[in-house]
Design a protein around this ligand. Structure first.
Ligand SMILES: [Zn+2]
Length: 153
C-alpha cells in the first residue's frame, strides 16, 4: 500500500493543535495508519491527577481499535520539538500489542522524521506469548478442584 508519510505527519500535526496539555504545555499529536489506508489521530490529554494523562499515541491507537481496527502499518508522532519525538515506554508496549513491525515515524518541528519499527524501539517485548508460556495447564475438573481451597470445612 502506498500512503504518503507527509500526509500522516500532517494529520499528526493537526491533531497536536487539539492537545489538552495545561500542566506540561507539551503538546503532542499522533496519527496511526491502518494497513487498509485509514488513519486515526490523537493528542495528549492531561489531567490534574497526572497519572491519568494519556499520550497522543495511545489516544490514536485506542480510537482506531475502538473503531474495529486491528492491523496497523505506521504511526507518526510530533511534538513540535527540535528533536524527533519518540514514544514513551508505555506507548511502545501498547503499539507492540498490535504488531512489532509497525513503523514509527518520529517527527521534529521541521517535519523531518526518523523511522524505526516497534521491535527496534522495544526489543524483548512482553507479549502474548509470555502470558501462555508460564501458565498452568489444567486438563480435567478434578485437577481444578484440587487447586481450590474448600470454604466450608
Ligand atoms: Zn506515551
Amino acid at each position: 500500500m502506498i500512503f504518503p508519510v507527509e500526509k500522516l505527519i500532517s494529520a499528526a500535526s493537526a491533531a497536536r493543535e487539539r492537545a489538552y496539555a495545561p500542566y506540561s504545555n507539551f503538546s503532542v499529536g499522533a496519527a496511526i495508519l491502518t494497513r487498509e489506508g485509514r488513519y486515526y489521530t490523537g493528542c495528549n490529554v492531561e489531567n490534574s491527577s497526572f497519572g491519568l494523562t494519556c499520550c497522543a499515541e495511545r489516544v490514536a491507537l485506542f480510537k482506531a481499535v475502538s473503531n474495529g481496527e486491528r492491523n496497523f502499518e505506521a504511526i507518526a508522532i510530533t511534538a513540535g520539538t527540535d528533536d524527533h519525538c519518540a514514544p514513551c515506554g508505555a506507548c511502545r508496549q501498547a503499539l507492540a500489542e498490535f504488531g512489532a513491525e509497525i513503523k514509527v515515524f518520529m517527527v521534529n518541528r521541521l517535519g523531518d522524521y526518523r523511522m524505526q519499527t516497534v521491535s527496534e524501539l522495544l526489543p524483548s517485548v512482553f507479549g502474548k506469548n509470555a502470558l501462555t508460556a508460564g501458565s498452568i495447564e489444567i486438563s480435567d475438573k478434578k485437577s481444578i478442584d484440587s487447586l481450590i481451597e474448600p470454604v466450608n470445612r
